[in-house]
Write a protein that binds this ligand. Structure first.
Ligand code: MG
Length: 160
């Protein structure tokens, strides 16, 4: 089996959508970024790529590429999963931290977890999304950014 870790942080800015784990969260601010800024999916992609030693999201999808400007990050995750499966890996389980002082994300935790599980083709019992504030410390605590951490386990794909 293989284990991978991912981390990402994006600035909160006005006039951007707030999309987390592929779920649109209604909020007066959203996440800056070349893509849709889905910080949680970016951390998940990096954990998956890291576990398979297949590079990282920055090298796979450079933010200088006009083709990925504003792209829905679920499409990036789809490409990452294709690469993983081609390399003989299957996702076992995923654990994540979503770290935000604002907006309050607890009401969206279940929807984000279910969406993540669906995107990965896993049952909800294999996907965890833990919502954390930053105790009003640092840029996240001031409501200037949202960060995400992810850990995944991969196992070899078994031929049926
Ligand atoms: Mg990112």
């Amino acid at each position: 089996m293989r284990i991978g870790i991912g981390y990402d942080i994006h600035r909160l800015v006005p006039d951007r959508p707030l999309r987390l784990g592929g779920v649109d969260v209604p909020a007066p601010v959203g996440l800056a970024g070349h893509s849709d800024g889905d910080v949680l999916l970016h951390a998940v992609c990096d954990a998956l790529l890291g576990a398979a030693a297949l590079g990282d999201i920055g090298s796979l999808f450079p933010d200088t590429d006009p083709a990925t400007r504003g792209i829905d990050s679920t499409r990036l995750l789809g490409i990452v999963l294709e690469r993983l499966h081609a390399a003989g890996h299957t996702v076992g389980n995923l654990d994540t931290n979503l770290i935000a002082q604002r907006p309050r994300l607890a009401p969206h935790q279940a929807a984000i977890r279910e969406r993540l599980a669906a995107l990965l083709g896993l049952g909800p019992s294999h996907v965890s999304v833990k919502i954390r504030s930053n105790e009003e410390l640092d840029a996240i605590g001031r409501g200037e950014a949202i960060a995400a951490q992810a850990v995944v386990l991969l196992h070899p794909t078994h031929a049926d």
